[in-house]
Design a protein around this ligand. Structure first.
Ligand SMILES: [Zn+2]
Length: 125
């Protein structure tokens, strides 16, 4: 006998699905699907929040991905070529003055030098 695991929509618990045959007289008319934890009844099998083993890694991957994006926004962002003093851009190419080569705005390198803010440059004149 294999227990069917669910994450109950009603109580939120990791629970088991109770399957109970429903009879009308002697004829089986359907099944009653309830949460083993709180007894919440699901109207149909389609509404049962099965705890599928496929779904778990997916959730993990999504969380992982959004975490990476956050890291990029917070830290890496300031070390990319786009913000580097040695980065020049014209209508035809993006160029790194240190490496003398074409770069992408989102490239990073260990020779990053933060470009001065325009306001500071103005005040020096
Ligand atoms: Zn429940």
């Amino acid at each position: 006998m294999s227990a069917v695991e669910i994450i109950c929509r009603n109580c939120g618990a990791d629970a088991l699905l109770h399957r109970e045959a429903v009879y009308d007289g002697f004829a089986k008319t359907g099944e009653k699907l309830t949460c083993s934890s709180c007894g919440f009844e699901y109207a149909s099998e389609a509404e049962v929040p099965f705890k599928s083993h496929k779904a778990e890694p997916q959730i993990f991957t999504e969380a992982d991905r959004s975490a990476k994006i956050e890291v990029f926004d917070e830290g890496e962002n300031r070390k990319i070529c786009r913000y580097c003093a040695n980065y020049t851009v014209n209508p035809f190419t993006q160029f790194c003055a240190i490496h003398k080569k074409e770069v992408q705005a989102t490239d990073t390198c260990d020779r990053f030098a933060e470009a001065e803010e325009k306001d500071e440059a103005d005040s020096l004149i």
